[in-house]
Design a binder for this molecule. Structure first.
Ligand code: KG4
Ligand code: ZN
Length: 351
């Protein structure tokens, strides 16, 4: 079975053909136009620029793919939500146009589900059970989910059954960011440190040049109520939520004390390292609490921030951790959208 998938929710125009054969989801074709160079000038994703570029590029990419390849697909999948409204409209309009041209059904799917199920790409589910606890961390979203089978009680299930069927799954949000997403915070801090968009890869590479320096210590903001006289109920309410805007402020205050122009390149790398440690410590601490609270024995990280080796290595020390098999599957891409389309289509065929 094959689907032609379209992802245009933010700043990547991504199209692909995804196949499901012998229990494995693979992409036989994946073409992405990344708008990063176009937004770098501004330092962040500009929605107006993003949708105009999707409009400009999407038909060129479709032409590169060859119409007969689309003809051979069983249906079309497109990201419906969440995302930048103008960007989503471009993908959805093109999907409708292809429906009219090829007479193929269109499945409109959730972008976050795409990230969650990006873990399945190029993996055989029977060798590698799906994790129950999943952290989605990227530029636009930062959430924690429990993925479990509906019919089983939480005590009886440690992992999702190998016969994945989207209709049989409950995907329950157990935590989210009260302000910025982690990736957004990387991007803003990178800008404060004189860089541009996207911040994650830049902070990652600067942090590698770190030499021990206690001068730039940042506070880990855990919302665990330890520093504020919250009641227990408040504490539990927020303990699995995230807040990253305070991190940004801490770096801003640090730069008030030590202005950027007075810092050496080494100092900037040391701040980048401390920031990276701080964000990954927060993410990992929340995962630890969630895993304890919900009795999870496996964990998955997805979204742009899952490209960070530091995050993966920290999490993997206390829970077997999965992340997308290729870095391109961590970023926004059509392949992950095709997987959700396929899972929904399989459900639909069964009923
Ligand atoms: O998933 P994605 O491509 O788009 C959204 O849905 O937002 O994620 C992009 C985000 C950016 O904020 C970028 O700074 C971050 O992922 N990112 C990283 C790394 N590579 C990209 N963050 C941390 N470490 C990385 N290596
Ligand atoms: Zn995304």
């Amino acid at each position: 079975m094959k689907t032609f998938a379209i992802e245009t929710s933010c700043d990547d125009t991504s199209l692909g053909i995804i196949e499901f054969e012998n229990g494995v989801f693979t992409n036989t074709l994946l073409k992405t136009y990344s708008q990063i160079p176009d937004h770098q000038y501004y330092g962040w994703v500009v929605p107006e620029v993003a949708y105009r570029l999707h409009e400009e590029k999407i038909l060129d990419i479709i032409q590169e793919i060859w119409y007969n390849q689309i003809e051979q697909c069983d249906f079309i999948t497109v990201t419906k939500e969440p995302g930048l409204p103008g960007s989503l409209v471009v993908g959805n309009t093109v999907a409708t146009m292809l429906w009219a041209f090829f007479n193929k059904p269109v499945h409109r799917v959730n972008h976050i589900y795409g990230h969650i199920f990006s873990l399945l790409l190029d993996r055989n589910i029977s060798d590698c059970p799906f994790p129950r606890l999943v952290l989605t961390a990227s530029g636009g979203h930062n959430e924690m989910y429990i993925v479990q089978q509906k019919k089983l009680s939480w005590e009886n299930t440690t992992m999702v059954d190998q016969t994945l069927c989207l209709g049989d799954l409950d995907i329950i949000k157990i935590g989210y960011s009260l302000d910025d997403a982690a990736g957004e915070c990387y991007d803003k801090v990178s800008r404060m440190l004189g860089g541009s968009y996207p911040g994650g890869p830049r902070i990652d590479s600067m942090a590698k040049k770190w030499i021990r320096n206690e001068k730039y210590k940042l506070k880990r903001i855990l919302l665990d109520g330890k520093n504020i006289p919250h009641t227990d109920a408040h504490r539990l309410d927020n303990i699995l939520n995230f807040s990253f805007s305070g991190m940004k402020s801490q770096v801003y205050q640090l730069l008030q004390k030590y202005p950027l122009e007075t810092l050496s390149e080494q100092d900037i790398c040391d701040i980048a390292w401390e920031f990276l440690e701080c964000v990954t410590d927060i993410l990992v601490q929340k995962v630890r609490w969630a895993a304890e609270h919900h009795h999870c024995k496996t964990f998955g990280i997805v979204g742009g921030v899952s490209a960070s080796d530091t995050l993966y290595e920290k999490a993997n020390t206390f829970l077997p951790t999965l992340r997308p098999i290729k870095k391109i599957y961590s970023m926004d891409n059509a392949a992950m959208i095709g997987v959700v389309g396929m899972l929904e289509y399989l459900d639909y065929m069964e009923t």
